[in-house]
Ligand binder design. Structure first.
Ligand code: SF4
Ligand code: SF4
Length: 209
């Protein structure tokens, strides 16, 4: 079991990085737990946004990046609508998810990680999500894992499920087969490139007063 010890300097650095990247003033959190009572997944996973924010502020980086809420948050933003300090914990979970991917940590839920990566790749290339391209990328990652572990039963189950889903979506006209691109895709690409360059340079966090 990993033992975590509080280090004020490290804690501040981590919390400031999360605050800046998520654009949420987590230092304003006074643990009223209003977000906790409305969290859609809190009860199921046994962990709530108030506790995650506390974890970040106290600098428990490993536990925060490997937290179930980070991977199971459905970005419903209910927590944010209840917070008296306008803190959107959904943005915090999204930031922690990105940081966890950057640190190459094993995702708590591989399928959510495949979903996340396929979404980001599609958006940076086409400027928007294309259902067919997105589903293809996601399924390839998903199936590759099962093929490598020779789990043919899981592959067959996934193919069957997805074919049925695809048929139902086509019937409802909720699936577009044509590759669609956004007008501003070059802008999206340059934003992404800029963000990646900034990250490589290791922009020092600005400490709040
Ligand atoms: S509702 Fe806002 S202030 Fe209250 S615990 Fe949640 S994040 Fe903190
Ligand atoms: S956005 Fe995430 S953390 Fe906030 S209430 Fe919804 S599921 Fe919970």
């Amino acid at each position: 079991m990993d033992v975590w010890t509080y280090d004020p300097k490290e804690a501040r650095q981590f919390a400031v990085e999360v605050m800046e990247r998520s654009n949420q003033n987590i230092f304003a959190c006074y643990q009223c737990r209003r977000c906790a009572s409305g969290c859609t997944v809190g009860e199921e996973i046994g962990f709530t946004p108030d506790r995650l924010i506390r974890m970040v502020i106290t600098g428990n980086r490993k536990a925060a990046l490997e937290n179930a809420l980070v991977w199971q948050c459905v970005s419903c933003y209910t927590c944010g609508t209840r917070c008296p300090n306008d803190i959107q914990a959904g943005r915090v979970t999204e930031t922690l998810k990105k940081m966890s991917r950057e640190d190459n940590l094993v995702p708590m839920s591989p399928t959510i990680a495949y979903f996340h990566d396929s979404f980001v790749t599609g958006c940076t290339r086409w400027g928007r999500v294309n259902e067919i391209q997105f589903m293809g990328a996601y399924e390839m990652k998903h199936m590759a894992k099962n093929l490598v572990s020779l789990n043919f039963k899981a592959v067959w189950k996934e193919v069957r499920q997805q074919t049925l889903l695809m048929g139902a979506m086509l019937k409802q006209r909720r699936l577009h087969l044509k590759l669609q691109t956004a007008k501003g895709r070059n802008e999206v690409r340059s934003f992404y490139k800029l963000a990646m360059e900034k990250k490589k340079k290791g922009r020092p966090p600005t400490l709040p007063r």
